[in-house]
Design a protein around this ligand. Structure first.
Ligand code: SF4
Ligand code: SF4
Length: 343
């Protein structure tokens, strides 16, 4: 892998240069407690020390609602809505979210690629950024706290700049085309990188791993914990909307008045909604709130075999944004028997 350094006083110039490669999206602080990603005009707005954004970066690859095609009964045809996707750059993705994007790749870019997703994925440049965990993060238990593939550049904070790992041909191009921004990595940068990684590991609240949690969940589906916790759940779907790997969608055909024309749209759905399991004939295969609640735990803790990770990357978003204060990782710890905790 190629390593270069961006000196601290060059970082804003670097961010300006990124605009030459497409629309720049990055995290900004939007209120006392919350951050979100948005298109950046003034690079001074970018938040480097954010933990999580309200909406994960998946929104740039799978929009919350999109039109797939138009139906024209008069012309007896349908027209796919495949507008040109402008190049864009997402700055500041954390390791867990880059792994999440690779999980989405595995789902959307399999032997039958989703052309809508694929076009956006090809147009995007991913710039990762190192982070320090808060009390909601458990990416270490998921082994997603460090990522070695899936980014174009990954920036690691140093006391006087950033150590950048170059992860793709697009990343090499950015480095090669901006030689005044980058310089060689020195021994003191390597020492600082090592120290940062050690500090990060020490800051995680939970130690150990979750390798057997899927099986424990399957064996404890009758546990009263699920009765108690699902009783508190509001069924709002926040946990799935803000999850970087949740990707369930619904599809609807919307006819115009007169019925001669119409369009097909798809939009984010949530397994926490009662309508999600509703099928023809009024049958619902997840009838109760308990069924829906437990489904998310089982789904997120299943394995995505191509990557050898679970579908949960341990970002803590679902707990942070739950209006009922339901603590996802705490529930997993309880059901697991707490033996991995060393606070
Ligand atoms: S965010 Fe919380 S309250 Fe809302 S559906 Fe998820 S677990 Fe239930
Ligand atoms: S289940 Fe929760 S902690 Fe896991 S990836 Fe989704 S939002 Fe993050």
């Amino acid at each position: 892998m190629r390593y270069v350094k961006i000196k601290g006083d060059k970082i804003y110039e670097f961010l300006e240069r990124l605009k030459n490669y497409g629309k720049l999206y990055a995290p900004v602080k939007i209120s006392e407690k919350f951050y979100d990603r948005k298109e950046i005009d003034d690079v001074g707005e970018i938040a480097f020390d954010y933990q999580r954004t309200i909406m994960p970066a998946k929104k740039y690859f799978i929009p919350p609602c999109e039109e797939m095609f138009e139906i024209d009964m008069e012309e007896n045809e349908y027209r796919e809505k495949l507008e040109e996707v402008e190049p864009f750059v997402i700055f500041g993705m954390h390791a867990c979210e880059i792994v999440a994007l690779r999980i989405l790749d595995g789902v959307y870019l399999n032997e039958y690629p989703d052309i809508y997703y694929e076009r956006r994925r090809k147009a995007g440049i991913i710039i990762g950024l190192s982070c320090l965990p808060d009390e909601y993060c458990f990416c270490n238990l998921r082994r997603t706290d460090f990522v070695d593939i899936g980014f174009d550049l990954f920036l690691h904070e140093l006391p006087d700049g950033y150590l950048a790992r170059v992860g793709s041909p697009k990343g090499h191009k950015i480095v090669d085309e901006n030689p005044d921004i980058f310089e060689e990595v020195r021994q003191e940068d390597i020492d600082a990188f090592r120290a940062f990684e050690e500090k990060r590991q020490e800051m995680f609240k939970f130690k150990g791993n979750f390798d057997n949690i899927r099986y424990i969940l399957e064996l404890t589906m009758q546990d009263k914990l699920w009765d108690e916790e699902s009783e508190k759940c509001l069924g709002c779907g926040n946990c799935t909307m803000t999850c970087p790997t949740c990707r369930c969608y619904d599809v609807q055909d919307i006819p115009e008045i007169g019925g001669k024309k119409g369009k097909r749209i798809r939009f984010w759905d949530s397994c926490q909604f009662r309508s999600h399991g509703l099928v023809a004939g009024g049958h619902n295969f997840r009838e109760t709130k308990r069924d829906r609640f437990l489904n998310r735990y089982i789904c997120k803790n299943s394995y995505f075999y191509p990557l050898g990770t679970s579908y949960c990357v341990g970002c803590g978003n679902c707990t942070y944004f739950c209006p009922a204060n339901i603590d996802f990782q705490e529930n997993l710890m309880k059901i697991r028997g707490r033996e991995v905790i060393h606070e």
